[in-house]
Design a protein around this ligand. Structure first.
Ligand SMILES: *Cc1c(COP(=O)(O)O)cnc(C)c1O
Length: 405
């Protein structure tokens, strides 16, 4: 195992108790400090002997790879989306399609590491609060590991595909009267009483696995560093994970500059984007977050301060998009590139379009959009915003007439 320590991101204290999710001294956020001395002797080429995916980068992961709980996460395509680049008006654009992970979202990258860690600790029950994808992913990895799993979902606001997954993988699915932030508060109480090992992204091991999306993007671009990486921001761990991966690649000397990290939020759920707009390092929670993009419908992002640091330290940006812009971008990505992403994921494409129109993104830029989840997760939204099937008589003439319209 690569040696590492868990530290408080705020006060620097070394954290010994593996069951705490905030610093016992200052209530600060936790982070993992990897010892990368041995990796400095290696090159990206050395890692390419193993298949692309999270575990190719086990040198950067704080768990024992020989005991991994894995269902082949990561290794998702990086599409060269020329049609989108042309429409948006940028020099180059790629889409990293995280919807092709085993449970259909990037959450699997964090869960393979998080559940491996839970196993190392001998945990019997794992749990999380979730807007949907975290629970789907945790339920799958808990099943693979033979652990009991409890997921806390906000009642009524979870996309159908995600709920189906959590139920079918055999988790105890608890529908909590309240929103995501309420569900998380309850899950944290259970964890503080050591009733379960909490695998929300406040857990410092999950972002460690999520770093792999950045390692893969760099691998797939042969270390030609893009100017900008754009991703949706909900609880804000993923943008932090991408930033942490960049700092580690810089530390081992594999990159010498960083892309501008750009976080997109939904208009009705945008504490991080508002803080950025006001040049603040901390955010004010949004009381009743609302957006069609349920995966980023989060008013009090756990890693919001880390996200702001990631954005400021890379000269990045943060912006909001409306639900209409999200749906339009979701359709565009499907219809021009054949890539069906879920609404939250389309926020990154919508953000690129908006920022290009605002002149924040330059015509000369190369951009990567991380599309975090699969469109099949949320069939109801897709059907609602599409024309219904066309009624057609059972005859060749009737079909011909429709096709000629
Ligand atoms: C979890 C999730 C997000 C938000 O990621 P954070 O790390 O919470 O910012 C975005 N899109 C999808 C599809 C997700 O599942």
């Amino acid at each position: 195992m690569v040696s590492h320590r868990v530290l408080c991101w705020d006060c620097g204290a070394v954290i010994e108790d593996p069951f705490v999710s905030v610093c016992p001294k200052c209530k600060g956020l936790l982070t993992v400090k990897m010892d990368l001395e041995k990796v400095k002797e290696k090159s990206p080429e050395d890692l390419r002997k193993t298949p692309i995916g999270v575990w190719r980068y086990s040198d950067f992961m704080p768990v024992d790879a020989s005991k991994k709980v894995s269902i082949q996460e990561g290794g998702t395509p990086l599409y060269d989306t020329k049609a989108l680049a042309e429409i948006v008006g940028v020099k180059g654009m790629h889409v990293k399609f995280e919807g092709l992970n085993p449970t259909g979202s990037f959450k699997d990258r964090g869960m393979t590491i998080g559940v491996t860690r839970a196993k190392e600790l001998g945990a019997e029950i794992v749990g999380c609060a979730s807007t949907g994808n975290t629970s789907a992913s945790l339920a799958a990895y808990a099943a693979k590991a033979g652990m009991k799993c409890a997921v806390f979902l906000p009642s009524g606001k979870v996309a159908a595909g995600k709920l189906a997954q959590a139920l079918f993988y055999g988790a105890k699915v608890l529908s909590i009267d309240g929103n995501f932030d309420d569900a998380l508060a309850l899950a944290r109480k259970m964890s503080e009483q050591k009733k379960l090992y909490l695998l929300n992204s406040i857990n410092p091991y999950r972002p460690e696995g999520q770093k792999s999306v950045l390692f893969e993007i760099m691998d797939q671009l042969n270390y030609n560093i893009p100017d900008r990486i754009v991703l949706p921001v909900g609880n804000a761990a993923n943008i932090w994970a991408v930033y942490k991966a960049l700092t580690e690649l810089e530390e081992v000397g594999w990159i010498d500059r960083m892309p501008m990290l750009t976080g997109i939020q939904a208009e009705g759920s945008a504490p991080v984007a508002r803080a950025f707009d006001e040049e603040k390092k901390d955010f004010i929670p949004v009381e009743n977050p609302e957006t069609i993009a349920t995966a980023i419908r989060i008013g009090n992002p756990v890693s919001g301060r880390k996200a702001l640091a990631a954005i400021y330290n890379t000269g990045g940006y943060s912006e909001t998009v409306s639900d209409e812009e999200i749906i339009a971008a979701q359709k565009l990505t499907a219809r021009k590139e054949g890539v069906f992403v879920e609404p939250a994921s389309a926020a990154s494409v919508a953000g690129i379009i908006k920022l290009r129109n605002m002149g924040i993104i330059d015509r000369d830029e190369t951009v990567v959009a991380i599309c975090t989840g699969n469109g099949l997760k949320d069939p109801e939204t897709a059907v609602k915003y599409s024309n219904p099937p066309i009624k057609c008589a059972n005859s060749v003439e009737a079909v011909n007439k429709i096709l000629s319209d």
